[in-house]
Structures are given as C-alpha cells and as structure tokens.
Design a protein. Structure first.
Length: 281
C-alpha cells in the first residue's frame, strides 16, 4: 500500500475540511455528496489509481478518472490539489469570478486533472466507456475509473451505456455508484425508485461488487479487488453505500445538504468535528 489506512483517513479528514470551507466561502455549492465521497476519492487518488500529477489530457499508460456527478466538484478539487495537480491555495478561489474551479468542472479553464465537463447528469458512463475503448485501441493496459450518483441513474442515457459495455467486453472499466439514497428533492425512493441496482447491473452483464464507501479500509480493499477483476471480459460496478454529509453530524443522511452552504455558526461546528490534519489552504 502507498499509505496506511490511518494516513488515508487523515487525508480524508482534511479533504472534508476543505469541502466545508470552500462551500462556505462562496455560500454556494454541494457539500453533502462531496463529504459522502471523501473516503472513496481519497482512497482512489492516494492509494489505488496509477496516475501522475504531471497532467496530460490523453493520460497514456495512466489510470484515468471521470466524475459524472459533477456537482460534487469540491471533493474532486480538494483531492486533485492535495495530490499535487495544482496549488492548494487555489482552493480559495472556488466558484469565484474567473476561477478555474467552477461549480461544475469544465475543461476550457485548463485545470489539471479535469478531462470532461460534467455539469449535465447522466453522461459520465458514456464518456468512461469511450475512454476505456480508446485505451483498448491504443493497447494501453491502464484502467478507467468513474463515479456516478444514484439519483443520476434516473437519466435514460445511462442505461443505453450500461447495456453497451458488457456486450462489447469493456473490461478495463470500474464504475462506482455513490449509493446514498438521496437527491436534491428528497430520498430517491420517493422521487423515482431505483429498485435493486445490483440486480439490474447483473442482468445487464456487469460484474458487481458492494462496498462501504465511508469505511476507509473497506473502500480501499474493494477498489483493489475491483482492479483484480479487470481484463476478464466484463465491466466492473462498485455499488458503494455512503451517507450524504458524512463527517459533519448535522448534515449526515439529509438531502437538505445536497446543495446548501453552511453559515458561519454551522461552519464553526463542522470545523470542530474536522481537525486540520494537513495545512489549510
């Protein structure tokens, strides 16, 4: 392992601290899903993926990551900065005028680590499959990782892509679902039930694993296991249970924090729960 579980947990705590500070500073953004995915993103970038902060768009011979649910950009930006893609101090510009750190990631600012614009939901699966096929055509043995929201799967484009990947043996793809059961208007079960995602993906021909996305040891182990399953004829799905707002007690499990910024008092409470483990920006 590149880091111990304790080191990864420490990094994830700082990432969560970055998230609440970023969203508070501009009074805009999506803290809930960002906090819920902090362990996954930390494990991915600091432990599992073979990648370089010397960024190139083509990522030759590197594992690549695509964020489909682009509204959780705070966690993406924090992890990219903390792993050396750009200066940590730039996190202070989140959602500010002329910032490269837009509310939803885009490519035209040239921010290292960003390969697609992901504001519109439902498109990331198609992009990830295309990138995985390009790796195969280029005889590149690296792996494509992607992350998707569960509510995002209500978009129909996903299911065409989900059907396409097993039929075409896209077996260098590991897609993860942030399975927190919440979306902007409420629980997914009340808005548009997803029923059994495991059953659906398996019926489409995917190899499905399940994981606890808020247990660092569990998610790191699951992602390493997923890598061991690549190259065997089927795409891999990591169905990852998380809690929206994980790490901040008053946010945990509530869809109300999908896109709401904390006020000064709420920020202070959150920071008391998330001690600085690395240098603040």
């Amino acid at each position: 392992m590149k880091h111990t579980i304790e080191e990864l947990e420490s990094i994830a705590t700082q990432v969560r601290r970055d998230i609440v500070r970023m969203v508070h500073a501009c009074q805009s953004g999506h803290p809930g899903g960002s906090l819920g995915c902090a362990d996954f993103m930390t494990a991915l970038y600091f432990e599992v993926m073979n990648h370089s902060s010397d960024f190139t768009m083509l990522g030759k011979d590197e594992d690549m990551f695509f964020l489909s649910n682009g509204h959780i950009s705070p966690v993406f930006y924090s992890v990219l900065a903390r792993s050396g893609y750009f200066e940590i101090s730039e996190l202070a510009t989140f959602r500010k005028l002329n910032s490269r750190l837009q509310g939803h990631p885009t490519t035209h600012e040239g921010l290292p680590g960003i390969r697609i614009a992901s504001g519109s939901l439902g498109q990331g699966m198609s992009v990830a499959i295309g990138a995985a096929l390009a790796k195969k055509l280029n005889k590149d043995k690296a792996i494509i990782f992607s992350l998707h929201g569960d509510g995002e799967l209500q978009e129909g484009q996903n299911w065409e892509a989900i059907m396409y990947a097993p039929f075409n043996k896209v077996d260098n793809l590991i897609a993860s679902i942030d399975y927190n059961g919440q979306q902007i208007d409420g629980p997914t079960e009340k808005i548009l039930s997803l029923e059994s995602l495991q059953t659906k993906f398996e019926a489409f021909g995917w190899q499905v694993i399940t994981s606890d996305g808020n247990d660092m040891a569990a998610i790191a182990k699951a992602l390493h296991y997923a890598k061991s399953l690549t190259g065997k004829g089927r795409p891999i799905l990591n169905l990852m249970s998380t809690q929206m707002g994980m790490g901040v007690d008053y946010m945990v499990g509530s869809h109300k924090w999908h896109g709401t910024a904390p006020n000064d008092e709420q920020l202070a409470s959150a920071l008391n729960q998330l001690p600085s483990t690395l240098q603040d920006y």
